[in-house]
Design a protein around this ligand. Sequence first.
Ligand SMILES: Nc1nc2c(ncn2[C@@H]2O[C@H](COP(=O)(O)OP(=O)(O)OP(=O)(O)O)[C@@H](O)[C@H]2O)c(=O)[nH]1
Ligand SMILES: [Mg+2]
Length: 361
Amino acid sequence: MSAPRKKSKDKGGDEKMPTSNLNADAISKIKSSRKNSVPSDYNNLVQELLQGNKIALSKAISLVESSRSDHHLAANEVVEACLPHSANSIRIGITGVPGVGKSTFIDAFGSLLTVLGYKVAVLAVDPSSSLSKGSILGDKTRMQNLAKDPNAFVRPSPTGKSLGGVANKTRESIVLCEAAGFNIVLIETVGVGQSEIAVHQMVDFFLLLQLPGAGDELQGIKRGIVEMADAIAINKADGDIQPLAKRAKTEYSRALHLYPPKENGWVPKVFLCSAQENTGIREIWEMIEKYVGETKKNGHFESKRKEQNRYWFLQAVEDGLKRNFHENQTIQDQMDKLLQDVMENRISPLNAAEILLTSLS
Ligand SMILES: Nc1nc2c(ncn2[C@@H]2O[C@H](COP(=O)(O)OP(=O)(O)OP(=O)(O)O)[C@@H](O)[C@H]2O)c(=O)[nH]1
Ligand SMILES: [Mg+2]
């Protein structure tokens, strides 16, 4: 693990910055708002988290997921303090339609990894859980082995509000898990919409689980998601459906050749597995190890992470702009009235948007 950057402590080290151009009032405002928003036990929380305490890790994740505006700065501080201790890990995204067996697969796969000596964290990005809490219950029962494994940490989906919100916080949660000593992070996401595009931006390896015997259209999988995959595993290749699964493997292998080659030189492969019967799981891990080895060697592992950090930063700027905008009292005061006017055709949506957007300048 990389050495601590020794940053958070001298954060008040604004003193070291050239202050001549800065407004002293503004600096003291920022400092006092920081003081107010950082919970007093924040240092303890970080210390406990760094020692691998799972309760502290859960609390820290709840803090970053919190939508309370007074939690934002505290959450940023916690993430910042954890950042130097993160990154020494393999991040794997696992996607596929509801019911394909992602949670069952993660339980089997994660258990293999802990046997091999890794510490495994599981995060779920599940937009459907806001509608029914079924998946959360499902995750708890379907990851039974991992849930009681001392070397694993399973974070069930938050009852997500906005899809983007949950996915954005996943990026921060990865850092927290890594700082707590988890060196493999598995992220479960439903392969039907935007969430896996966001998750793809956070992981080193993206695994698509498919069902035997159903085409992409039937599985609701978009072409773009197949294209993003670094490997496809046809799950439930057990019992009577084995012949069907083998046929699906041939078809997918053929189909993958039609996609343009990946920039990192990796050629995606197709596997058969049964999460339930625990077959084919080890082969998938060996392939991921090979991927990590190759991309570390050719520099793509590192460059992908850099690119993802860039994306994370830009995304944080956009999120911050939106948040500030919507939390602004002037905006809130005008919003309802303008919405009414738009709905009643008293003003065009474009004009109304213009009024709102310029009301802060
Ligand atoms: N036969 C068979 N059934 C499986 C296998 N893997 C999972 N299942 C079953 O498929 C169902 C769905 O499994 P989950 O692991 O919950 O699937 P999921 O993709 O996580 O589902 P969501 O989280 O709801 O999107 C469960 O009844 C599992 O027991 C497998 O390899 N073979
Ligand atoms: Mg699941």
